[in-house]
Design a protein around this ligand. Structure first.
Ligand code: ARG
Ligand code: ASP
Length: 659
């Protein structure tokens, strides 16, 4: 190790956590507990995670493989976001019975709706297995032994710090999860894609489910004989609210962060990858939005698709802005220079750079395919075609085919074009004409040879790319070789940090494993004089209300409630006004997957449900800026008020322990 420049280093972003940055492993939370308690946490590490007694982890679930949910009653009642329950709500909706639009409130247990492909997983325990693997036990053996411990147990081994550590995660999976309640979309998705990622926010982004188990309280496939699950632990709910400066903690399943990527990768994201994906998605969204505006049936049909395309599309725009604003690329370059100075290991960065340059054409083309040719079905089932809506969808789908082929042809600058596509375009005269041809085949003759050959061509290129990258995962902008190099690099970063006594500050990138983030309720000042308060209220909803704008057209019941001010026990006094709190901001470090996560106060009581970040802070997956990075939660008091006053479902609240 060479000289250090501690003062300068402290200013550099090297992935070492600053205030409120970080997503920590629950089993190691004792390492953070002093800091947490200094910031207002009142409980112990054992209360957060324990294998000896019921702890908070026993009330948190991975919901539907990509969101988080929390148990809030002794009878297995579960809260998550509306956008996380969206597929389930949509699957029970039709034009006649449109729960998506009007909401759904089960009036009794028998009305709770089972869902075919929906599961939740509780973490039984996590355990480092690096040494067991090094000693020769195989991953399969470790997983097999763990799964044999209980009914419905599912085990997984996940890498931390690019494989420097391996952890076993043992889950208990429940497959009978029923829809209990959902607010109308005009509340649950209020502001729609217009307000998505935006503050001030007024979305009542929640839905309610219930976990069912067999009569023995163990996981069981759906059966009418199943009974509400009796959880080991459920969260108490605080109706007292939180205010600016109050401690908050998020317990959930963040999906993916890239804190340790090298400078070239940052530049690729900001200058090539994000802009390409944004441009292509803009085209797809234009087509889908126009269709949705033209017909209410098309609006419902494309709702989930639009939401999911628009979500990342908007996030990436914020991310590019954020990376530019923070100068992340220049900071990474500088920190790499310091790394070499401190550790003497120039080789690892050099090798990463060389390997990234080799991988880039494959990586780029894989992303391009994912945004274009791989978005098309090349097949429509008889059931789909028999649906009267199919006639209306035809021109929309055809336009999406045209766009996909045109964008692929125009942007495919790195690898030779798929031969079938090249020939097809040449013979048809243009990508659009070829797309029309392929679309008619997909509708009329999905078993057609030419179509099969095209699919094979796409498959062959994808396989070739996976081969060259040595990994199927598009996750970390890398290749198998880069992963190995990152392992060495991140290990070097950790040693360097240890030498400077800041080792505890390096958290492993999010990877859809359970994490704790903590911080406080806080507003932010994005630009000089532009302060954003951390709290919104029902008055803000009324101010946005506009029956002529789909995203801002609220239910009449909410207007009436505001007019009568009959908020009952949900009323609060804010700035001298009698109102109802709606959403709030905090400094917790979160990412995709944290949606639906419980946001808890210092006593571990539920004060809100996390659902988003502000647009200006979406670069937090790469660089977290404590001055402006904020997560957005729906205030639990708004959730309760909607359940009570809009849903008329106060019997659900009777199940919940309110404090
Ligand atoms: N931006 C949030 C997240 O990344 C919410 C997305 C759902 N809402 C929407 N309007 N599309 O998941
Ligand atoms: N909305 C995201 C989710 O669904 C959360 C985020 O990206 O902040 O998980």
């Amino acid at each position: 190790m060479k000289r250090f420049l501690p003062a300068l280093l402290a200013l550099l972003s090297l992935g070492s956590a600053r205030a409120d940055e970080g997503m920590w492993l629950p089993s190691l939370i004792s390492q953070r507990i002093r800091d947490m308690r200094a910031k207002g946490f009142r409980l112990t590490a054992e209360d957060i995670y324990s294998i000896n007694k019921a702890s908070m982890k026993d009330a948190v679930v991975l919901f539907d493989g990509g969101c988080t949910g929390e148990v809030v009653s002794p009878e297995g009642l579960l809260l998550t976001n509306h956008h996380c329950g969206y597929d389930a709500i949509q699957s029970h909706s039709s034009v006649e019975n449109d729960y998506l639009t009007h909401g759904f409130w089960a009036r009794s247990r028998t009305e709770e709706l089972p869902n075919k492909r929906l599961n939740v997983k509780f973490l039984v325990r996590m355990e480092e297995v690096t040494d067991r693997l090094a000693a020769g036990e195989t991953a399969e053996e470790i997983i097999g032994r763990a799964e044999a411990e209980g009914t419905g147990y599912k085990a997984q081994i996940e890498q931390m710090y690019y494989g420097n550590q391996q952890f076993l995660f043992l889950y208990e999976q429940f497959d009978d999860v029923r829809l209990v309640a959902a607010p109308p979309s005009s509340i649950g998705k209020f502001g729609g894609d217009t307000d998505n990622w935006i503050w001030p926010r007024h979305t009542g982004d929640f839905s309610v489910f219930r976990i069912y188990a067999g009569p023995d309280n163990k996981p069981a496939a759906y059966s009418p004989d199943n009974v509400p699950y009796k959880p080991k632990k459920h969260f108490a709910i605080s109706t007292k609210g939180v205010g600016e400066g109050d401690f908050t903690m998020i317990y959930g399943f963040p999906g993916n962060t890239q804190q340790y990527i090298v400078s070239d990768v940052v530049r690729y994201i900001a200058e090539t990858s994000d802009p390409m994906k944004i441009a292509i998605r803009s085209g797809r969204l234009d087509i889908i939005s126009a269709a949705q505006e033209s017909d209410p049936a098309l609006r419902i049909h494309y709702a989930a698709k639009h939401a999911s395309i628009a979500n990342a599309w908007k996030k990436w725009q914020g991310e590019v802005l954020g990376i530019e604003r923070l100068g992340t690329y220049a900071k990474k370059l500088e920190s790499e220079r310091r790394f070499i100075e401190a550790t003497g290991d120039a080789g690892v960065l050099e090798a990463l750079r060389t390997e990234f340059a080799r991988a880039l054409p494959y990586y780029y083309t894989r992303e391009l395919l994912s945004e274009t040719l791989l978005t098309l079905a090349y097949n429509y089932t008889d059931e789909e075609k028999a649906d009267p809506i199919f006639a209306k969808r035809r021109s929309v789908e055809r336009d999406l085919y045209r766009l996909a082929f045109a964008e692929y042809a125009a942007r495919n600058t790195q690898l030779p074009m798929i031969p079938e596509v090249a020939t097809g375009i040449e013979q048809s005269g243009s990508p659009e004409a070829y797309a029309d041809h392929i679309f008619s085949l997909a509708v009329a003759d999905p078993k057609n040879k030419e179509l099969a050959a095209l699919k094979k061509g796409i498959g062959a290129l994808t396989a070739h790319i996976v081969d060259e990258l040595g990994t199927k995962s598009l996750r970390n902008f890398n290749s198998a070789r880069m992963n190995e190099l990152y392992a060495r690099y991140v290990e070097g970063l950790r040693r360097w940090a240890a030498a400077e006594k800041r080792a505890g500050a390096m958290f492993p990138d999010a990877n859809l494993t359970l994490r704790v983030a903590y911080g406080k309720v806080a507003g932010y000042e994005y630009a000089d004089g532009e302060y954003h308060k951390p709290q919104t209220t029902l008055d803000g909803i009324i101010a946005k209300d506009n029956p002529a704008i789909y995203d801002y057209d609220i239910p009449q019941a909410l207007r009436d409630l505001h007019a009568s001010k009959a908020y009952g026990r949900w009323a609060v006094e804010i700035d001298g006004r009698r109102t109802v709190p709606v959403c709030f901001l905090a400094t917790n470090h979160t990412t995709g997957g944290n949606s639906g996560s419980p946001i808890l106060n210092g006593r571990g009581e539920l004060v809100g449900i996390n659902f988003d970040r502000t647009w200006r802070s979406t670069m937090s997956d790469i660089e977290f800026d404590p001055t402006i990075c904020r997560n957005i939660a729906v205030d639990i008091r708004y959730v309760l008020m909607v359940i009570d006053r809009i849903g008329g479902a106060s019997y659900l609240i009777d199940e919940m322990p309110l404090k």
